[in-house]
Design a protein around this ligand. Sequence first.
Ligand code: ADP
Ligand code: MG
Length: 322
Amino acid sequence: DILSNKIAAGEVVERPASVVKELVENSLDAGSTSIEVAIERGGLAGIRVSDNGHGMGADDAMLSLERYATSKLLTDADLFSIRTLGFRGEALPSMASVSRFELVSREQDAPSGVRIVVEGGRILDVTETGAAPGTVISVKNLFFNVPARRKFLKTENTEMGHIADILLSVSLGFPDVQFRLLHNGRVLRHLAGGDAFVRAVDVLGKEVENHLFPVEHRGAGIRVSGWVASPDISRSTTQRIYLYVNGRHVRDRSVYKALFEGYKGRMMTGRYPVAILFLDVDPDRVDVNVHPTKHEVRFADGRAVWAAVRDGVALALTGEDN
Ligand code: ADP
Ligand code: MG
């Protein structure tokens, strides 16, 4: 019902950037190769995500707005074998309950698409429509019916900064996919799909290009890859550490510590490395359902992960000595 969706929205949808993250993850789960994120006024006025993924038929589109109807957590076993970015089935119903929401979707080989208009959780209109294959979701006037939440939103520029950060973070895990970010009709970023190193430099900045050492290491069934930057371009925050577990952008203190350990003796105290690390772990050995925002994970073999990361990083940095 509308009330429980509104409550869930508080957990999943904190601010415009969380809407962008959930929508882009859905587009990626739908196999899209091109995703456009168009923002109006820092997302306070509008957020529109368009993709060329597999789309939804009318029935599936209706179902996608019902909480947990699309949950992939059917059995306990599923908890440990999730391969999609989404799995809880609550993002769309949540955001639709706290905004003016519109979904247009067409399956790749369908003759026409469907358009659903929702306002504050109430479905106002469902129509057949012409549309390009794929999905376009538009979220306007976020929190228009939750004034207490709206008050917590920051300035347009601050919210836009969060949106760009989240989009860039997610995009690192999917270098084959093309992304465009627009603000008030102007193109802010265009990330061409293709090479993982090009994407890394797009995200970290041209100035780090010649300071990156490739990581490639396997240990105890865990693959660690990515790039670590030489210590001389370290930072005073952990903000430039990008960590991915099976393509999912996450934060994990113990992995960060293993990363620092790999830098041991090279890094000034109070400084943090610039790094992009991809961990490929058997999906059965990692729990991603720790928190609704899915930013945290839990490993079945934390120590093995720790050792693999530390060794992979240390090995990559010995390249620096030569
Ligand atoms: P979850 O991602 O956890 O399954 P969501 O509420 O984010 O839940 O999305 C609900 C469902 O709607 C998805 O499982 C998917 O089937 C469908 N869906 C959402 N966005 C898209 C999209 N861009 N393209 C195709 N299907 C989508
Ligand atoms: Mg989702």
